[in-house]
Design a protein around this ligand. Structure first.
Ligand code: C2E
Ligand code: CA
Ligand code: CA
Length: 559
């Protein structure tokens, strides 16, 4: 369709100038008719009289004027017909433009702009029939990956197919819209008090849209997360409007994503405050990174055989002005989602390297690394750069990665481990037993150490202690030639059981809670394990034997 947007040299749009001309033409035609009547009235009797031989011939000037009038009337008539045709064509074009503006080009559904008014109309319509509408936002879970992997053609086809599936599943009078990207809205009328029908329908949507589909020779598998809000959920008689419904459905959909995707939730009030808190945390975290509110804390690591302190695990804390000391279990996942985990981690590690430079050089420093950071191909280079910049001996640094890292991309993890190993950094497999690493992976990746997850170690304590799982993990590690650290040693009983199992390292509240840098410095000063800046790195009495020798601890699968 063409649009008349061009402008004439005088700055007036062409369409306007045409309209101007139409008015002028209409004026000319009207004037011509009036003049025709005037001149006709005097010329016609003259002509008739001349014919009858009674008078002189008509005035030539008046005859010419009459003829000119007739020509002008014909011109005006033609212009009038052209004008009506033009108006009809413009109406058709406007209708086409309206439809285009209201529909999504790719799928032919309604779009974000039009769904709101259409929903409001539907709400008003079904209210008279004692019905409500359910506004559902349907978001494809892994669309980006399918799109990136197979290209936009497959992505577009998948969106069209999803729109078709939704349209076919929904009852008559329902509305389907594409809100943008991989997000759809379905508006479904239902009888008041029969929300279970919507549940059934949405269940079907999840099942049907989740069916693998072959598109251009590629089998695409997609799941959906759905959030629903109902128009009648407020006090009777005061139905919510489309804008509120969309906002609520969006919050419920976000909740479904957080609950692991491929599921649906109805909107509930607390979800909104949760989301508000989450937004607050997100802003707080971004600001906190800029303001240096994230600080390293340290947990002691002990050689269980000798009882000597052998190093510390750095555990991040957020010293938030609003929320106080916040646990990494809260802010690490958010920092991962925000894409700032790399920056945050580097800042913490840099601070930890400064702190650990004051400790006895035999003390190691362990740092936790998120699976998200390992997706960065430059991760090991960035880490090594920090180590070099701080003049920290790489042999004192230990990197803890969790089993979940291994699912992501084992080749990347292997090359990362290799480049860190080449510089002397050691790698521990954290939270061992909670993930799904296979024996083959354990054998093929050159880890230096296994850390048994706290959940297993806890079983060694309490009224009914059970040491079978920890025992099995210890023998497995022995078989693989890997030393072990046990986490979560909370009391003497657990400690005694572990100590009997072999030569392990351990950590836990039994030895104290994680402490900030200043408290650790005081502790080390007391133990004579602090090298005062100027220099001597001699270990003072009381330090005991260093727990492990790096060469003894290093494990090479290839060697
Ligand atoms: P994790 O690596 O398993 O760290 C051990 C967690 O257990 C710490 O919690 C520690 O305070 C706690 N803990 C230690 N001993 C005991 C005990 O005897 N009993 C009990 N019940 N708990 C004990 P925290 O500091 O809250 O850290 C939680 C998790 O956050 C860590 O688990 C780690 O996965 C992650 N994390 C901490 N700092 C960082 C970081 O800088 N980067 C990344 N990516 N993750 C971090
Ligand atoms: Ca850890
Ligand atoms: Ca753990």
């Amino acid at each position: 369709m063409t649009t008349e947007s061009a402008e004439e040299p005088d700055g007036k749009p062409r369409a306007l100038r045409k309209a101007d001309r139409d008015i002028v033409a209409l004026g000319i035609a009207t004037a011509a008719i009036i003049m025709f009547l005037g001149t006709g009235a005097s010329v016609m009797p003259q002509i008739v009289r001349a014919w009858m031989g009674v008078g002189l011939g008509p005035d030539r000037l008046l005859v010419n004027a009459l003829l000119l009038n007739i020509a002008l009337i014909i011109f005006g008539w033609r212009r009038y017909r052209e004008l009506t045709e033009e108006i009809a064509e413009r109406c058709r074009a406007e209708e086409r433009a309206r439809i285009l503006a209201e529909t999504d080009e790719l799928t032919g559904c309604l779009n974000r702009r039009s769904i709101e008014s259409a929903t409001d109309r539907l709400i008003a319509e079904v209210r008279a029939e004692h019905s409500d509408v359910a506004f559902a936002i349907v978001d494809l879970d892994n669309f980006k990956a399918v799109n990136d992997l197979n290209g936009h053609k497959v992505g577009d086809a998948l969106l069209k197919m999803t729109a078709d599936r939704l349209t076919r599943l929904l009852p008559p009078r329902s509305l389907v819209a594409r809100l943008g990207g991989d997000e759809f809205a379905c508006v479904i009328p239902f009888e008041k008090g029969h929300a279970a029908r919507v549940d059934q329908l949405v269940g079907k949507v999840i099942e049907q849209t989740g069916r693998p589909a072959e598109i251009e020779g590629v089998v695409a598998e997609i799941t959906v997360s759905i959030g629903i809000a109902a128009s009648g959920s407020e006090d009777e008689g005061n139905a919510l409007d489309a804008e509120v419904l969309m906002h609520r459905a969006d919050i419920a959909m976000y909740h479904a994503k957080k609950q692991g995707k491929n599921c649906y939730f109805w909107f509930e009030e607390p979800m909104e405050s949760e989301l508000r808190l989450r937004n607050e945390l997100e802003t707080g975290i971004r600001r906190g990174i800029e303001r240096g509110e994230f600080v390293p804390f340290y947990e002691q690591q002990i050689d269980l055989e000798t009882g000597d302190l052998v190093g510390f695990e750095m555990l991040a804390r957020w010293n938030s002005p609003k929320h106080g000391l916040v646990s990494p279990e809260v802010f690490i996942p958010i920092a991962e989602d925000l894409g700032v985990i790399g920056e945050l981690s580097e800042h913490l590690i840099a601070q930890a390297l400064v702190d650990a430079s004051e400790w006895d050089p035999r003390l190691t420093l362990s740092v936790n690394i998120s699976p998200v950071q390992l997706r960065d191909p430059w991760f090991s280079q960035k880490l090594l750069k920090l180590v070099v910049e701080h003049g920290f001996p790489p042999q004192r640094l230990d990197v803890e990665i969790t089993e979940s890292c291994l699912h992501e991309n084992i080749a990347v993890v292997r090359s990362m481990i290799t480049s860190l190993h080449n510089q002397g950094v050691t790698i521990s497999l954290d939270d061992f037993g909670t993930g799904f690493s296979s024996l083959a992976q354990l054998r093929s990746l050159p880890f230096n150490r296994l850390k048994i997850d706290r959940s297993f170690v806890t079983e060694l304590g309490g009224e009914k202690p059970d040491s079978r799982i920890v025992g099995a993990i210890v023998s497995l590690a022995e078989g693989l030639g890997l030393p072990i650290t046990a986490e979560g040693i909370e009391d003497e009983q657990i400690l005694a059981t572990l100590a009997a199992m072999g030569r392990l390292k351990g950590q836990g509240y039994h030895y104290g809670r994680p402490e900030d840098a200043a408290t650790v410095r005081e502790r080390l000063r007391g133990l004579g394990l602090l090298c005062e800046r100027a220099g001597s790195s001699e270990a003072a009495p009381g330090a005991g034997e260093p727990a492990t020798d790096e060469s003894e601890e290093r494990y090479s699968a290839t060697g």
